[in-house]
Design a protein around this ligand. Sequence first.
Ligand code: SF4
Length: 96
Amino acid sequence: MPALKLLKLPPPVTEEWEWQMNASCRDIDGSLFFHPDNERGEAREGRVAAAKRICEGCPVRRECLRYALESGERYGIWGGTTEEERRATRARRRVR
Ligand code: SF4
């Protein structure tokens, strides 16, 4: 009888995304977290600050930020960070 080969399968998709079930932003309009075209200045700063306030108390903030950094999410507020902040973090990690 041939030996069984064990395959390492990726985790089920539901497990990978389960953290989102506990997200503080789950029932909040996503437009707070993603900037509309041509948004600038105070409007942008106000929206970003409001989104970050929600992230501050989010129980899955760490998982959210890890996901955004690992997947290279280019847009939006994830884990309490803006796209610019995540770009800077990724650049610092590349230098190390
Ligand atoms: S950290 Fe912010 S963007 Fe991420 S799941 Fe929580 S509330 Fe949503």
